[in-house]
Design a protein around this ligand. Structure first.
Ligand SMILES: [Zn+2]
Ligand SMILES: [Zn+2]
Length: 114
């Protein structure tokens, strides 16, 4: 998400906040963008990936549980909730975002294996 009151014509890294924990995008905190300016940081993504993909757990998803922040869909699959209220991400987005982050060798981000 974007910091409240930031200039839309001059968005800086520090104006981009993780939708799940609220921290700023920075050199040590990579971000993946979803739809409509939503973002997930590498730390949240690692936790979400571990919960949903590695452990095969996570909370219920689908209608009635709220839409995924990144794709804005109410998908009928498991989801992970971040620290911020109502911040939910579906498993599909977690897998896609993890693949995106891992593709950039400069970031040094790896999918957790356990
Ligand atoms: Zn985060
Ligand atoms: Zn999603």
């Amino acid at each position: 998400m974007r910091r409240e009151g930031c200039d839309p014509n001059d968005v800086r890294m520090s104006d981009v906040l993780c939708d799940f924990c609220g921290r700023e995008w920075g050199e040590s905190l990579p971000m993946v963008e979803g739809h409509l300016g939503s973002c997930i940081c590498g730390d949240c993504l690692r936790d979400a990936y571990r919960a949903l993909v590695v452990a095969g757990g996570g909370g219920a998803g689908g209608s009635g549980h709220g839409a995924c922040r990144l794709c804005r869909e109410e998908r009928d699959e498991r989801s992970w909730s971040g620290a911020l209220p109502g911040a939910r991400v579906c498993r599909r987005c977690v897998r896609q975002s993890a693949a995106v982050l891992q593709k950039d060798p400069d970031l040094g981000w790896r999918k957790p294996e356990s």
